[in-house]
Every structure is written in structure tokens, then in C-alpha cells.
Ligand binder design. Structure first.
Ligand code: ADP
Ligand code: MG
Length: 444
């Protein structure tokens, strides 16, 4: 086993008994040991907010390191995109032999069923399914690229899970490009390892290589991958690659490898829109059996827009925070408090909630009434105004607004929006009201 992993495992086993299970699950379980630098164990966290862990749990960490008798003096937390500055260099010394069990393991939760399809990933999913149905036949190689936390690894595992479900003998190899580099370096040590390397990579039906951007500058590994690629391709074996950017933008990558990477289908995944974000949160909550309010889901989806890993992290935090503090996820103040490190609440005044609050304050009506079923004229007018402003100011799709307003049909929402839009052109009173509420919101 790799040294960092062993060290981290023994520190973790100490920590587990020193802190509460819930804090342990929330802050320590998802950290992945990466490397050791100047005696400090570098761990990769899924979210930026984990960076406070070494400070917040300084005493426990120090005690756990001591108790485990490990040689490191402390831990440092980085995020996925900072890995570059610590990336292992291509030297023959000091590389542990690849742990066989660490490959060929697919996350059973990463399936096509658990993946929400939206505008941002529909083409990538369609291509992935067609590859999963007929590996080596349709798109070879399949190259999926896009920013961190947008579902590339999930899609890769989904392809593997699908193939294995239909053919349990299929030989699928999943590696990160870093593992490939490590294996390549090992293969230089002696002829047995060279042979082992060849058999490992060239004897597969499907080769999946995740995050190929880490091959940049590793010329030996690139050359080796080039030959592996050609071999597999020639025998119609499926190759699937992911990267954080388009192959042509991969710096320090040999031209011939870039052109191989682009010779099949190159397709991107982008950031999800708010509708997709809501659907993803609902799916994750359902899968994890979380009891989380619709209000909290909307709030998270409105405020966490960067990527899906952060979205999931925010959902976990809200659920843990509320269960620890005994508050309901329906309580927006609790939700905001749970996420105070992740979002700047003051700059996020525009949300479905804040707009609706402003409209209620302006007309003197209750929020429960306008999101509910009541129909008197004042309430209906206020509701239509809120719908119009939400759509106009933050571009939330009609379907989502319908969900927010107590599950109303999107045609009702469209009617409300169009009614106010038309009135705003001819009716001076409505025009003035729109301006008043807008300026209330903008002043906040
Ligand atoms: P990447 O490899 O692009 O950095 P991952 O595949 O690791 O991203 O995805 C990060 C997290 O987000 C995973 O937990 C994954 O299940 C989840 N995720 C990403 N996209 C979706 C989606 N469309 N539906 C459901 N979950 C998603
Ligand atoms: Mg990934």
C-alpha cells in the first residue's frame, strides 16, 4: 500500500475515537491522502471550506498524529485544482509499486440512473451510453472534458458499471493519469515490471483514463501512452479519456497524442442551470434518504452555482448542521448559517425567497398566502408580481417558479408573467410598482 494512505489510515483510526461521529463523517472521511511534502501530509478535500479543519481540530489532529506514531508533523488541506502544484514528478526513485486493488474499482453509486441529465451534459451522456452499449464500436476514443466537479468521473464509472452489468467478464481498467504515470515509472525498474505494465494496459477491453491533464510535461509517460493507445485502438478496444480542458488546450502534451485524443468524439460537460441543480439536489437527497425541505433545496441551488461537488457538499452540510443543532431545514436562517463559509449571503440578496419577501412587504401580504392557494385579488396581484420579478430579475425557469409557488403548473406561471409584462407596457401604476420593488431589492 502507498505510504501516504497507510499514514492517513492510522491517523484516521485515532481521530475516529477522539471526535464525534458526525464531525468525523463531515470533516475527515472524505479527505484523500495525496502526498507528503516537508513532513506534512497533503490531503485533498472536496470543498474549500475543509481548509479550516487543521485549525479547528488542531489539538485532536496533533494528538492523533502522536498516537499513531507516524513520521509526519502535520496535515495540510488542498483542493482538487491545487493538486497541480504538488503533482508527483517523473522520477524513478521513491515511487511505491502500484497497489493492484486500487484499480478496477467502480463506485456502485455512480450509474446512469443516478445521473441527472440536463442541457449541460445531455450530449456527453448520450455518447457515454452509446459507448457503454457497444464498446469499441461507436466513438473511439471518447474524450469528455469540463471543469472540476461536473460529473466526468461519474459518467466514466457509469459506463463501466453498465458494461459490467451486461458482461461481467469485460476487462475494464480505470486509472487516473497519475496512476498511469506511477505505473510507467515502476515499469522502468526491471523487466518483470515492464512486462506487468504491458499486460495491465494492453490486455484490456476498455481503458479509462481520468484527468489526462496531469500527463502534461511527463514525456516518457506520454510516449508510452501513445503506443498503448495505438495498440488498443488497432484491436478495436474502447478508450475513454477525461480532462479539465479540450485536448488542444493541454499544454506540454505531444501533438501526436493531442491528435489521437481528438480522433473520436470530443465532448464537453458544462455547469448546470438552476433547474438541473435543483433536480440533482433532489436526487441526492432521495438517494441519501435525507429529509430536507424544498426551501433549503431552492436556496442551495440558487446560491451554489460553481459545480456539483460543491452543491452536494452544501446539501450534506445543511442536513448535518440542522440535525446537530436540532433545527429544521425549513428554517432559512439555519440553512444560511450552515453555509456561511461557502456563500457570501450579503451579495446574494436576489433569490426567489428574497424577491417574494420584498413583494410581500410592499403589498402587505403574507408569504404563506402567496405561495399557497389563496385567491383574493390583492394576493393574486402580489403573486403575479413576484412571479414576474423572479423570472425577470434572476431568470429562474417557469417550471421551477411553479414548484416554488406551491406546485403550480408552468402555464399558470407563464400567464402571470405575461400579464404583468403586458401591463408594464401600458399601465403606469404597475410600472411604478415594479420600479418601487426593484429599488427596494437593489438597495439591500
Ligand atoms: P468531475 O470528475 O467532473 O470532477 P465528478 O464526476 O467527481 O466530477 O462529480 C462530482 C460529484 O457530483 C459526484 O458526487 C457526482 O456524483 C456528482 N454529479 C455530477 N454531475 C451529476 C449529475 N448530473 N447528476 C448527479 N450527480 C452528479
Ligand atoms: Mg473526476
Amino acid at each position: 500500500m502507498n505510504e501516504c494512505k497507510a499514514i492517513w489510515r492510522s491517523i484516521l483510526s485515532q481521530l475516529e475515537v477522539m471526535i464525534s461521529t458526525i464531525s468525523f463523517d463531515l470533516w475527515f472521511k472524505d479527505l484523500v491522502p495525496y502526498t507528503i511534502e516537508n513532513d506534512v501530509l497533503i490531503l485533498v478535500a472536496p470543498l474549500n471550506s475543509f481548509k479550516k479543519v487543521p485549525v479547528q481540530y488542531a489539538d485532536q489532529i496533533e494528538a492523533a498524529i502522536k498516537a499513531s506514531g507516524s513520521k509526519v508533523s502535520g496535515i495540510e488541506i488542498i483542493t482538487e485544482n491545487e493538486k497541480d502544484s504538488f503533482a508527483p514528478t517523473e522520477t524513478v526513485e521513491d515511487k511505491p509499486v502500484q497497489d493492484e486493488e486500487s484499480v478496477n474499482v467502480f463506485n456502485p453509486d455512480y450509474t446512469f440512473d443516478s445521473f441527472v441529465v440536463g442541457d449541460n451534459n445531455a450530449l456527453a451522456v448520450a455518447a457515454a451510453k452509446s459507448v457503454a452499449e457497444q464498446p469499441g464500436k461507436n466513438h473511439n476514443p471518447l474524450f469528455i472534458y469540463g471543469g472540476v466537479g461536473l460529473g466526468k468521473t461519474h459518467i466514466m464509472h457509469a459506463i463501466a458499471n453498465y458494461i459490467l452489468e451486461h458482461d461481467k467478464n469485460a476487462h475494464i481498467l480505470y486509472v487516473t493519469s497519475e496512476q498511469f504515470v506511477n505505473d510507467y515509472i515502476d515499469s522502468l525498474k526491471n523487466s518483470d515490471l515492464t512486462l506487468k505494465f504491458r499486460m495491465k494496459y494492453r490486455g484490456v477491453d476498455v481503458l479509462m483514463m481520468d484527468d489526462v491533464q496531469f500527463l502534461s510535461g511527463k514525456t516518457g509517460s506520454q510516449e508510452s501512452l501513445f503506443h498503448t493507445f495505438n495498440d488498443l485502438y488497432q484491436f478495436r478496444k474502447q478508450i475513454i479519456l477525461t480532462s479539465d480542458r479540450h485536448p488542444r488546450e493541454l499544454a506540454s502534451l505531444e501533438e501526436r497524442l493531442k491528435s489521437r485524443f481528438q480522433s473520436g468524439l470530443t465532448i464537453d460537460v458544462t455547469k448546470p442551470n438552476i433547474e438541473t441543480r435543483i433536480a440533482i439536489l433532489q436526487k441526492k437527497a432521495y438517494m441519501k434518504k435525507y429529509d430536507v425541505s424544498q426551501k433549503a433545496v431552492f436556496f442551495i441551488a440558487e446560491n451554489i452555482t460553481s459545480n456539483i461537488r460543491e452543491l452536494e457538499g452544501a446539501l450534506n452540510k445543511v442536513v448535518y448542521f440542522c440535525s446537530l443543532s436540532g433545527r429544521s431545514t425549513d428554517d432559512l436562517d439555519a440553512v444560511k448559517e450552515a453555509l456561511k463559509d461557502d456563500i457570501d449571503i450579503s451579495t446574494h440578496v436576489l433569490s426567489m425567497d428574497s424577491i417574494t419577501d420584498a413583494v410581500c412587504a410592499y403589498y402587505g401580504v403574507k408569504k404563506a398566502d402567496i405561495v399557497g392557494k389563496r385567491k383574493n385579488k390583492l394576493i393574486s396581484n402580489a403573486r403575479q408580481m413576484a412571479i414576474y420579478l423572479i423570472n425577470d430579475m434572476i431568470g429562474v425557469p417557469l417550471l421551477t417558479i411553479g414548484q416554488f409557488f406551491g406546485g403550480r403548473d408552468h402555464t399558470t406561471i407563464m400567464y402571470a408573467r405575461d400579464k404583468i409584462t403586458d401591463a408594464s407596457k401600458t399601465d403606469n401604476l404597475i410600472k411604478a410598482q415594479i420600479n418601487d420593488i426593484r429599488s427596494m431589492l437593489e438597495k439591500k
